[in-house]
Design a protein around this ligand. Structure first.
Ligand code: ADE
Ligand code: ZN
Length: 345
């Protein structure tokens, strides 16, 4: 294939996919936000669902985060966190996602007086229910808010102690500029000592140095976003040599003006360098699409070939925390579907 836009929506939806960069709080659709605001008697600054959607115009990461944290205020009870997670899983399954590794931001809830236990119990219960009923497997990633102090992150990890068997990894999100990974060296050391894996957002708005720090100081096994790596040739070599996955989020990058448009995304260049790229939805309720929507949008905007799409979904499993046996099973399913789609090859 030579980069012709021949990839059909059907093909993208049918391929088995893993999603590795998804903030559960970022799946709060306007309809659910309105319903929960009413149910929990939480005032919000929008009269209706249309007004919420209209407000989703962002200039950069911070302008989005201000709206995102305000949205979190409607999440109060264990049932709310269950329903939020269940609604996401329902949509993910409908787009052919069969494995998810999802972030939650406990500090945006505990700061409002919501117990950590309420948050994680609701999320965990939904993850288990959907594995049982729909076969979607999952891992949960506790994400620290990097605009807060490391001491607060350490306190959060301590609060999480009784629930560590439900948590696979820690992550780092929120305002990147001015909050380097090195600020969280000790809490990441503690997390690794507890047996947790580590990932970190880096190189979304922040410089390539933050990606180096995420690798060398936090020992991140994946970089969330990482798109600014192309500014540093030596870093690209390191990422390629060590097959470090980048969890790229095209609709997010376009909405937050990391790139001026989807067509201006550096995804083709990342692929050309041989980086292990995966495609993800980040905060789909705010950015206008779930994981298959992201794949289709970027396939069209960047004229990706079928081989490139298949490579991206292969990478999603290769970059996951699944066992080698589980990865092999999903990869075999992908090969079977790809072989049966002759118009693509
Ligand atoms: N929290 C939710 N979405 C985020 C993103 N794209 N970057 C940093 N923090 C986030
Ligand atoms: Zn993110």
């Amino acid at each position: 294939m030579n980069g012709q836009p021949t990839v059909s929506k059907d093909f993208i939806w049918t391929l088995p996919k893993a999603e590795l960069h998804l903030h559960l709080e970022g799946t709060l659709e306007p309809e659910m936000m309105m319903a929960l605001a009413k149910r929990n008697h939480v005032p919000i600054s929008y009269p209706d669902v249309d007004a919420i959607r209209k407000a989703y115009v962002f200039t950069d990461l911070q302008s989005f985060l201000d709206v995102y944290y305000a949205g979190c205020s409607v999440l109060v009870t264990e049932r709310d966190f269950y329903e939020l997670t269940a609604a996401y899983l329902e949509r993910a399954v409908s787009q052919g996602v069969c494995h998810v590794e999802v972030f939650f931001d406990p500090q945006s809830h505990t700061a409002r007086g919501i117990p950590f236990e309420t948050v994680i119990t609701g999320i965990h219960r939904a993850l288990i229910d959907y594995e049982t009923s729909r076969g979607v497997t999952s891992r949960l990633i506790l994400s620290f808010l990097r605009h807060l102090s490391e001491a607060e992150a350490i306190a959060t990890l301590k609060t999480a102690q009784p629930f560590l068997e439900w948590i696979a990894a820690v992550g780092l999100d929120s305002s990147e500029a001015g909050n380097p990974p090195s600020k969280f060296a000790r809490v990441y050391d503690q997390a690794r000592n507890e047996g947790l894996l580590t990932v970190a957002h880096a190189g979304e708005e922040g410089p390539p140095e933050y990606i180096w720090e995420a690798l060398d100081i936090l020992h991140a096994s994946r970089i969330d976003h990482g798109v600014r790596c192309l500014e540093d040739e030596r870093l690209v070599d390191r990422l390629v040599t060590e097959s470090i996955p980048l969890t790229v989020c095209p609709l997010s990058n376009a909405k937050l003006h990391v790139f001026s448009s989807l067509a201006e995304s550096n995804l083709p260049a990342l692929l050309q360098k041989g980086l292990r790229v995966t495609i993800n939805s980040d905060d789909p309720a705010y950015f206008g699409g779930y994981v298959a929507d992201n794949l289709l949008a970027v396939a069209q905007a960047c004229s990706l070939s079928c081989e490139q799409i298949v490579g991206l979904v292969r990478n999603s499993f290769l970059s996951s925390f699944l066992s080698e046996t589980e990865k092999a099973r999903h990869l075999a399913d992908i090969e079977r579907i790809a072989q049966n789609t002759p118009e693509c090859f």
